[in-house]
Design a protein around this ligand. Structure first.
Ligand code: B12
Length: 314
C-alpha cells in the first residue's frame, strides 16, 4: 500500500489545488492522510484521494468547505466497497474537469487545467514551479504548459469564452518562467537576441526559450512583445548578437520583410531563426532557419554561441 500511497504534493497536483489548501482541509475538516507507517511521513491512500476529490468538486461548485467536508467524510469508502475500481481514481483518459482539453498530457496537466478553470492562481503557480524544479524548462513547457495553453486556445475558439482563464494562466506562466530565468541567470556577454515580431503579443514561447537558455547557461537579451522592425535592427547593430530569434505566433505578424531586414543589417547575425507557427516555411528568405520546437531553438542558439566564442578565441 505504501508504494501506491501519495505525498501531499502529488495529491495537490493531481487535484489541481495548492498544498496549503490540502493542509487546511486536513487541519480544519479532518480530511487528512490516513496511511501512517512509523518513521515515515503520512501518505494519502486512494480512499483519501476519492474523498478529497469530492471535497474539491463540491467546493468548486460553491458548497461551503464545512458542508463539503461533511459530505466527503460521510461518503462510503468507494475502494473498500468496490464501487470505484482502484485505478479509476487516476484520472487518465479524462480531460481537465471536462473543460480544458489536454489530450494525452499527464496528471499534472489535468491538475493545472482544473486549477486554471477555478482561477486558482496559487495552485497554478505552485504546479508550474514544481514542474520547473523537478523536470526543467523544456519538459515543463512541452509536457505541461503547451498542452494546457493549446487546450485553452481550442476551447476559446469553440466557445469564445475562457479569456479570463487565458489571461490568468499567461500571467502565472510568465512569472514562473521569469523566476526560473532569474534563478539561473548566466553571466557573460549576451550573444542571443530574443524578440517578437512587430505587433506580436504572444510572448510565452519566447519566455520559455529565455528560461531554457538560462538553464543551459547561455546569456540572452530579451526585447519582448511587439518590436517594430527598425527597433529590432537598431538593437542588432548596437549589440552584435550571434543569433536572433524572431517569434511570430500568427500569420498577421509574420511579414518576412522583418527577416530580410535582419539579414541586411550591417552587423548581420550568424544565425537568424524564424520561430513560431506564424511563419510560412515556403516564404522565408534564404539563410533563415525555422526551429520546430523549444529544444531545437535551444540547441541551435547554444551551438551558434559556442561557434562565435570559439572564433573569437582563434
Ligand atoms: C496565451 C494566448 C494569448 C495571450 C498571450 C499572452 C502572452 N504573454 O504570450 C494573449 C491574451 C495576449 C493573446 C492575444 C491574442 N490572441 Co492568443 N492565444 C494564446 C494561446 C492560448 C497560447 C499561446 C501560446 O503560448 N502558444 C504556445 C504553444 C501552445 O503554441 P503551439 O501552436 O502549440 O506551438 C507550436 C509551435 O509554435 C511549436 N512550438 C511550441 N513552443 C515553441 C517554442 C519555441 C522556441 C519554438 C521554436 C517552437 C515552439 O510547437 C507547436 C507545434 O507546432 C493560443 C492558443 C495556442 N494554441 O497557441 C491563442 C491564439 C494563438 N491566440 C489567438 C488570437 C486570435 C489572439 C488575438 C488576435 C485575440 C484578439 N482578438 O485580441 C490576440 C493577438 C494579439 C496579437 N496581435 O498578438 C489565436 C490565433 C489564431 C490564428 N492562428 O491566427 C489562438 C490560436 C487561439 C485560438 N484558437 O483562437 N493570446
Amino acid at each position: 500500500m505504501v508504494d501506491e500511497a501519495l505525498s501531499a504534493g502529488a495529491v495537490a497536483r493531481r487535484l489541481g489545488v495548492a498544498v496549503t489548501t490540502l493542509r487546511t482541509w486536513h487541519q480544519r475538516y479532518g480530511l487528512g492522510p490516513s496511511e501512517h507507517i512509523p518513521g515515515h511521513h503520512r501518505r494519502y491512500t486512494r480512499s483519501d484521494l476519492v474523498r478529497l476529490e469530492i471535497m474539491r468538486r463540491l467546493t468548486a461548485e460553491g458548497v461551503s468547505p464545512a458542508e463539503a467536508a461533511r459530505w466527503a467524510r460521510q461518503a462510503p469508502d468507494p475502494i473498500a466497497n468496490g464501487t470505484v475500481a482502484p485505478t479509476s481514481i487516476h484520472p487518465t483518459g479524462r480531460d481537465g474537469g471536462g473543460t480544458i482539453p489536454v489530450g494525452r498530457a499527464g496528471p499534472a496537466a489535468r491538475g493545472l487545467a482544473r486549477a486554471a478553470m477555478r482561477l486558482d492562481a496559487a495552485a497554478i503557480s505552485e504546479t508550474i514551479a514544481h514542474a520547473l524544479a523537478v523536470g526543467g524548462v523544456v519538459a515543463t513547457w512541452d509536457g505541461l504548459l503547451r498542452p494546457v495553453l493549446a487546450g485553452i486556445g481550442e476551447r476559446h475558439a469553440a466557445t469564445a469564452g475562457l479569456i479570463e482563464v487565458e489571461h490568468l494562466v499567461s500571467r502565472c506562466v510568465s512569472e514562473a518562467l521569469a523566476a526560473a530565468s532569474r534563478a539561473k541567470a548566466p553571466t557573460g556577454p549576451a550573444r542571443i537576441l530574443l524578440s517578437c515580431a512587430d505587433e506580436e503579443q504572444h510572448t510565452l514561447p519566447l519566455e520559455a526559450l529565455a528560461a531554457a537558455l538560462a538553464e543551459a547557461g547561455v546569456s540572452y537579451r530579451m526585447l519582448g512583445a511587439r518590436v517594430p522592425v527598425a527597433a529590432l535592427v537598431e538593437a542588432v547593430n548596437r549589440t552584435g548578437p550571434a543569433a536572433v530569434v524572431l517569434w511570430s505566433q500568427t500569420r498577421a505578424t509574420a511579414d518576412p520583410a522583418q527577416l530580410s531586414a535582419l539579414l541586411a543589417a550591417p552587423r548581420r547575425p550568424l544565425l537568424v531563426l524564424a520561430a513560431g507557427p506564424g511563419w510560412r516555411a515556403d516564404a522565408l528568405p534564404a539563410g533563415v532557419v525555422r526551429p520546430v520546437d523549444l529544444a531545437e531553438a535551444v540547441s541551435l542558439s547554444t551551438a551558434v554561441r559556442d561557434a562565435l566564442d570559439q572564433s573569437r578565441r582563434d
